[in-house]
Ligand binder design. Structure first.
Ligand code: DO4
Ligand code: MG
Length: 283
């Protein structure tokens, strides 16, 4: 099933039918163990009503990111292409060895990305920093973790990155990663019946002036870390009373010469979650 959020409207797509309800309590709605079955109980007990929206209309709506009080954290250097690209871009800053080490280290790279205030949803604008001359979108499979650290759903994440700032010095990573409009998640929260053993194909397409200028696909099975290790480090000494989102890193990195510009369209598709679409602006 898929869960969409817009203001206090919650829409559920389940078995080809769309249901809706108005609720201001998104946090307790999603932060439940066995979320799939909990939502089925909600549907059965009549707290949702059939909606007249058609399935085709779902992709046209500007959905909110499926979050409220949840934080977004990111894992980094979890795919070999990411390790190679970071090593190349940080050669002059002498940071390359750090990336080599982190790829194999027991403790993964995890960093805080953003709260709701710097995150946008489907059909909204993500930003490049105004002091960056080379920024990219990073398409990432994103877990929704309950406050108990269980994976209850998935969404699509875009970890926007000022690649030139990141390459200048790894200590600039917080600035390269966190600014207004630096993250996008959506279009929905995909809640499968079972979250074990799911592999996803992750595709990113970038359009400029209605032409495709970049396209690549990778499988989440190419990730060098498993969900258990990422979650155990994230939850080791942090509590997430409303659950949290974890972007699991990118395996798709454009050549170093490639940089996003204003009005580019970024389309990230992860079936069966859907397609997250954002236009690029500048802040
Ligand atoms: O270490 C820098 C960030 C890496 C990252 O965001 C990624 O691999 O997705
Ligand atoms: Mg990333």
């Amino acid at each position: 099933m898929k869960v969409f959020k817009k203001g206090s409207l919650i829409c559920i797509l389940y078995k080809g039918q769309i249901y809706k309800k108005y609720s201001s309590d998104w946090n307790s709605f999603i932060n439940r163990i066995d979320l799939y079955n909990e939502i089925l109980i909600d549907l059965k007990n009549g707290s949702f009503f059939p909606s007249h929206m058609s399935i085709d209309e779902l992709s046209l709506v500007s959905w909110d990111p499926p979050m409220d009080k949840q934080e977004i954290w990111c894992a980094g250097v979890t795919y070999s292409p990411s390790k190679k690209a970071r090593m190349k871009e940080s050669k002059t800053s002498k940071g390359a060895e750090l990336y080599q080490l982190i790829y194999k280290a027991q403790r993964p790279e995890l960093f805080f990305k953003s709260g709701k205030n710097r995150t946008v949803g489907h059909n909204a604008q993500v930003n490049i920093r105004r002091d960056s001359n080379n920024s990219v979108a990073e398409p990432e499979l994103t877990y929704f973790l309950s406050s108990h650290g269980t994976i209850e759903g998935y969404t699509i994440g875009n970890d926007m990155t000022a690649r030139d700032i990141e390459g200048d010095n790894p200590l600039y990573i917080p600035q390269a990663k966190t600014y207004e409009g630096c993250a996008s998640i959506g279009p929905c929260l995909y809640v499968p019946e079972s979250t074990s053993l799911l592999d996803f194909n992750i595709n990113m397409t970038i359009e400029r002036d209605n032409q495709v200028i970049f396209e690549n696909t990778i499988s989440s099975s190419d990730m060098c870390r498993n969900s258990e290790e990422l979650i155990s480090y994230l939850f080791n000494s942090c509590e997430f009373p409303f659950g949290c989102f974890l972007m699991t890193g990118t395996g798709i990195i454009p050549d170093q010469e490639f940089g996003l510009i204003r009005k580019d369209r970024v389309l990230i598709t992860i079936d069966p979650i859907g397609c997250l679409v954002n236009t690029v602006g500048c802040r």
